[in-house]
Write a protein that binds this ligand. Structure first.
Ligand code: AMP
Ligand code: FE
Ligand code: FE
Ligand code: ZN
Length: 283
């Protein structure tokens, strides 16, 4: 079977591989295509697309936008977006600005809690890309403040913990509209993280999102059980949404999740990408 990966992160957000390294790895693993879907930024796309052209390898420009949602988290993937789209760039710029303010607030809290680190330390961990909690976790670990990055989240950085600061997020309809207007196809990522109560609640949510422009549902994902994957695939078919899948590869920043293979048994067929391309062609 021809396998692909439609959910990956680079150093432009919180992955550990540069866009070029990611594309090279995808080709070396014999994946037939890879989508780059960094959190709230398109900064890695020009380099990823150039790497694809240089290797004659299929790279899909994407993004993963965090949207406002409770109780869990809602991430909306966008495929085939135009990296030069002015509206999307403008709004993402505002998210970056909000992030900078939030990073200062988180650092101030951590300093008050006893962490001896400066914003330069955090910036160094981010390597020039967008700064977020994973980079704080790395510095906290390196300074011996916590034993490992996951502990930094559990004790300090997650919602309800003392260094947590809420992130500014777009609301779901705005995220869907921005992606559509940038020529992209919006896809609801890893539905399990929404923390909805049962499949019926997901059906209700998806009905509303579809009316607002949703095109697809991420059915194969590293943390989906076979039962979840089967349920989400059936739901996608029922609501005429395109099924997609990906690993959520972050390189060394998410140990145990491999490009293309997830936690070992992920297999995303090229057919899923063919479906997206067919839909994109109709737009
Ligand atoms: P931020 O956008 O700054 O809120 O950071 C969110 C990122 O942190 C996610 O994309 C994950 O990569 C990472 N993350 C969230 N929770 C955890 C956790 N418990 N352990 C490790 N990484 C996490
Ligand atoms: Fe991430
Ligand atoms: Fe996500
Ligand atoms: Zn992701």
């Amino acid at each position: 079977m021809n396998l692909i990966d439609l959910h990956t992160h680079t150093t432009a957000s919180d992955g550990s591989l540069s866009p070029t390294e990611l594309v090279n790895l995808a080709r070396r693993l014999d994946l037939k295509a890879v989508a780059v879907t960094d959190h709230d930024t398109m900064a890695g796309l020009p380099e990823a697309l150039a790497a694809g052209r240089a290797l004659n390898y299929e790279v899909i420009p994407g993004i993963e936008i965090s949207a406002e949602f409770r109780p869990g988290s809602m991430h909306i993937l966008g495929y085939f977006i135009d990296p030069a789209d002015p509206n999307l760039n403008q709004r993402l710029g505002e998210l970056q600005q909000a992030r900078r303010t939030r990073n200062i607030q988180m650092l101030t809290k951590l300093n008050a809690l006893g962490l001896a680190a400066s914003m330069e330390d955090i910036e160094a961990a981010a390597g020039g890309g967008q700064i977020g909690r994973p980079h704080f976790a790395r510095v906290m670990t390196a300074k011996g403040f916590v034993a490992e990055p996951n502990q930094a989240f559990e004790l300090y950085l997650k919602r309800g913990r003392p260094a947590h600061v809420e992130k500014f997020r777009l609301n779901p309809p705005e995220a869907l509209t921005l992606i559509r207007r940038a020529g992209g196809l919006p896809v609801l990522a890893h539905p399990a993280t929404l923390r909805l109560n049962g499949l019926e609640a997901l059906e209700n949510l998806v009905t509303g999102l579809k009316n607002q422009g949703l095109a697809g549902l991420e059915v194969y994902y590293s943390d989906h059980t076979p039962q979840m994957a089967a349920d989400f695939l059936a739901l996608a078919r029922k609501f005429d949404l395109l099924p997609t899948g990906g690993s959520d590869f972050h390189g060394q920043n998410k140990p145990g999740v491999d490009l293309g293979r997830g936690r070992g048994d992920l297999a995303v067929p090229y057919d899923f990408l063919a479906g997206l391309k067919q839909q994109k062609g109709k737009a």
